[in-house]
Ligand binder design. Structure first.
Ligand SMILES: Nc1ncnc2c1ncn2[C@@H]1O[C@H](COP(=O)(O)OP(=O)(O)OP(=O)(O)O)[C@@H](O)[C@H]1O
Ligand SMILES: O=P(O)(O)OC[C@H]1O[C@H](OP(=O)(O)OP(=O)(O)O)[C@H](O)[C@@H]1O
Ligand SMILES: [Mg+2]
Length: 282
C-alpha cells in the first residue's frame, strides 16, 4: 500500500484534495479525519501539517508527500521534488516600510522576522550578510509595526497583505514556490506504484491545461490547419462523407483555444468545437 502525506490545513489543503479526487482517489469527508485508506487504489492518505510533511517523507515512513517547495527547502529535510503541481504559486520575498533597504546586501546588523527561518538564514549566509532572524508563526507583516523587526521575509501572492500593512517588497525574489510532490532523496521513483500515482496526477494536470478541438476543413487547407493544431503527437484526420472535406481532432492548450478557433475559421475551417478533457494518460 502506497502511503501518501497530504496537507491538512492552509492554502495547500483544498487544492491538493481536489487534485487527488480528480485523479480518482478517495478523500476524507471531514477535516477532522487524520488518515483514510483507499482500498480500491491500494493507497493510504495521512493528513498532516504542511510544514511537517517533508520531515515524515524524509524519514521513509511515508512514500510520497504533497507540500510547498518553500516548505521543503525551509525544512532542510532529506527529500526531493519529483513533480510540480501548478497550484499555490507564490514568491518568497523581503519586505519593509518604503525606503528600508534596496536589497539583501543592506541587511547587515538588522533583524528579519519570518515563518521560514531555514530559507532566510540560508539566503543571508549565501549572500554573506550577517543579520538576525526572528521566528514568528504567521501574520509576520505586523512585526514591523510592532517593532519586533525592521524587515520581514514572507510568502507573497497578490501582494494584498503587504499593501494592507503599508509594506513594499525589495531586492530579488528569494525563491518561487508552488505545490509539489516529494519523495525521500535517493528513493526509487521508478517503483511501479509511485509511477502510477504520478501518471494519475500528470493526467489531471494535462486535463486542466488542454482541451480537445474538433473541426472540419477542406483538404486543400489541411496542412495550414494542422500547423495551427499540431496536437501532442499528431492530429487525427478522418474523411467526411462530403468529398473534399476532412474532420480533424487534436488537443490544444486551453489558454490558446479561442485564438486558434479564430485562426481556423479564417482559413475556412467550420464546425469548430472544443470540449473539456476529464482525465488522460499520455
Ligand atoms: N496566499 C498564498 N497564495 C499561494 N500560496 C500560499 C499562500 N499562502 C501560503 N501559501 C503557500 O502555502 C504553503 C504554506 O502552507 P501553510 O498551511 O503553512 O500556510 P498557509 O497557507 O499560510 O496557512 P495558515 O493559515 O495555516 O497560515 C506554502 O507552500 C506557501 O507558499
Ligand atoms: O500576497 P497575498 O495574496 O496577500 O498572500 C500572501 C499572504 O498569505 C499568507 O498569509 P495567511 O493568510 O496564510 O496568514 P499567515 O501569515 O498567518 O500564514 C502569507 O503568509 C502572506 O501573508
Ligand atoms: Mg499562512
Amino acid at each position: 500500500m502506497l502511503r501518501i502525506a497530504v496537507p491538512n490545513k492552509g492554502s495547500l489543503s483544498g487544492p491538493a484534495a481536489d487534485m487527488l479526487h480528480e485523479a480518482g482517489y478517495r478523500q476524507r469527508r471531514e477535516s477532522k479525519e487524520l488518515r483514510i485508506v483507499d482500498p480500491g487504489n491500494e493507497v493510504e492518505f495521512f493528513y498532516l501539517r504542511p510544514r511537517d510533511i517533508a520531515i515524515y517523507v524524509s524519514s521513509g515512513r511515508l512514500d510520497i508527500g504533497i507540500t510547498g517547495r518553500d516548505l521543503l527547502v525551509d525544512s532542510g529535510a532529506d527529500a526531493e521534488e519529483i513533480l510540480p503541481l501548478g497550484f499555490a504559486r507564490s514568491t518568497f520575498r523581503f519586505a519593509g516600510k518604503p525606503g528600508t533597504a534596496g536589497g539583501v546586501e543592506e541587511l547587515k546588523g538588522r533583524t528579519v522576522a519570518t515563518s521560514y527561518e531555514g530559507i532566510v538564514a540560508r539566503h543571508l549566509a549565501d549572500s554573506g550578510v550577517d543579520a538576525s532572524v526572528v521566528h514568528l508563526d504567521g501574520a509576520v507583516e505586523t512585526a514591523i509595526e510592532l517593532g519586533v523587526a525592521e524587515v520581514i521575509a514572507d510568502v507573497v501572492e497578490t501582494g494584498t497583505s503587504l499593501r494592507n500593512a503599508g509594506l513594499e517588497v525589495f531586492g530579488e525574489p528569494i525563491m518561487k514556490s508552488e505545490a509539489i510532490v516529494i519523495r525521500r532523496t535517493g528513493a526509487d521513483v521508478e517503483e511501479p506504484k509511485v509511477q502510477q500515482f504520478l501518471r494519475r496526477l500528470q493526467g489531471v494536470l494535462v486535463a486542466r491545461t488542454y482541451v480537445m478541438m474538433d473541426y472540419d476543413c477542406r483538404v486543400e487547407q489541411l496542412e495550414k490547419a494542422v500547423a495551427l493544431t499540431p496536437g501532442l503527437e499528431s492530429p487525427t484526420v478522418s474523411p467526411l462523407h462530403n468529398e473534399g472535406w476532412v474532420a480533424v481532432r487534436a488537443m490544444v492548450p486551453a489558454k490558446e483555444a479561442q485564438r486558434i478557433m479564430d485562426d481556423l475559421y479564417a482559413i475556412g475551417a467550420r464546425a469548430i468545437l472544443t470540449t473539456a478533457i476529464h482525465a488522460c494518460r499520455l
